[in-house]
Design a protein around this ligand. Structure first.
Ligand code: SP5
Ligand code: ZN
Length: 358
């Protein structure tokens, strides 16, 4: 299987996120992607290539151009205005009730103010190299798509930072540009066919859902921790099924606390059935491994074996498949879990021999 990877991800190296009023070590770190790269390289059946540049247009077909412009200059503007912190976090969020009855929001003249227009949480700091890494992640995703359109049955884009929490005009959840949504949009344009997205990250992909919520030509199917208890709390409910032309083209399958392999596969089958009944020849997978039982920030109970079976069942759809990396935070097993998933997709056997005993 062909794998697209860029060393550029390393320039997004946040140190902290805020949790319960404290700065804690960031979970979304460069070592995640390195763990995946090493596991796939050691397997021997994955070939690596660097992305080609695709420019800004595929991004602005999905995201507000003003958000792209903010991200592009934020670090430079931050430093040149005399700020000295090496991570940018919002101070204030411009929630609608703040200015209720007071007329429209004026864009703040400082990065410190403006970041509260674009970012929705306190866990997604921008650092000096964030923009370059986020742009490279989009190029990784689009290059993986190009290879699939060129005839590869399945390809893998080792995207970092991840993307599925980024909405049309908001970033957050460790995500800046929505890599999977950008690929799905391009697929609809380049194939003229409908496109399905299967999101198996533990967290609901609120950004992907938002971007395509009114669209009939993109099906979004997500398995995730129930938003009644899990981040991002405000989206991912089972009764969110799409709006307007998109009615019926959104399927949320919330999962219970401690969800087992068997329970998970039963939910997966419902998602795959919906995809099988939807048109089109291509599938985009948002692959998060934070469903793992040992993930430090999530609460399901999946084991490595099930990732092989999930990949196998996705392959059985018989669609050209572009797999893009999202979350997964138990770094010691992240690479092997991804490798296991991709071996299942590729019709190869389960191989647990390289899973570290930690
Ligand atoms: C791409 C992706 O997986 N983004 C996830 C973003 C989650 N960010 C904040 C999670 C806060 C969870 N706090 C859990 C405490 C566990 N002890
Ligand atoms: Zn996640």
């Amino acid at each position: 299987m062909r794998v697209v990877h860029s060393p550029r991800h390393r320039s997004h190296d946040p140190k902290h996120e805020l949790a319960d009023g404290e700065a804690i070590d960031a979970y979304e770190v460069p070592e995640r992607a390195e763990s995946i790269r090493r596991s796939l390289a050691a397997d021997g059946a994955f070939t690596f290539e660097e992305p080609t540049e695709h420019g800004a247009e595929p991004i602005t077909l999905v995201h507000d151009p003003a958000m792209l412009a903010f991200l592009e200059t934020a670090w430079h503007d931050w430093v040149s205005s005399g700020e000295t912190a090496d991570e940018i976090f919002p101070d204030t969020f411009v929630l609608p009730a703040l200015r209720e009855g007071m007329g429209p929001v004026r864009a703040p003249g400082t990065v410190r103010g403006a970041v509260g227009m674009w970012c929705f949480d306190t866990a997604t700091p921008m650092v000096e190299g964030t923009y370059a890494a986020a742009r490279a992640a989009v190029d990784v995703a689009l290059t993986a798509m190009d290879l699939a359109l060129g005839g590869e049955p399945s390809t893998y884009g080792l995207c970092r930072p991840p993307g599925h929490h980024a909405a049309r005009a908001m970033f957050g959840g460790y995500c800046f540009f929505n890599n999977a949504a950008i690929v799905a949009e391009q697929l609809t344009r380049q194939t003229g066919e409908p496109v399905a997205i299967l999101d198996v990250d533990y967290h609901h992909g609120n950004g992907t859902q938002q971007i395509f919520y009114g669209r009939a030509d993109v099906l979004y199917v997500s398995l995730h921790g129930d938003p009644d208890r899990a981040y991002p709390y405000f989206a991912g409910f089972a009764d969110e099924t799409g709006a307007d032309a998109g009615a019926g083209a959104n399927l949320n399958l919330p999962l219970p606390l401690g969800c087992s392999n068997e329970e998970y596969l039963a939910h997966l089958d419902r998602g795959l059935e919906a995809i099988a009944g939807f048109g089109g020849s291509t599938l985009v997978v948002s692959l998060g491994i934070d469903t793992y039982g040992r993930d430090p920030i999530c609460d399901l109970a999946l084991t490595t074996e099930v990732y092989h079976e999930v990949g196998r069942r996705v392959a059985a759809l018989g669609r050209t498949t572009v797999v893009l990396q999202e979350g997964g935070y138990f770094v010691p097993h992240l690479g092997e879990n991804v490798r296991t998933w991709l071996r299942g997709l590729d019709g190869r056997g389960l191989d647990l021999s390289a899973l570290p005993d930690v």
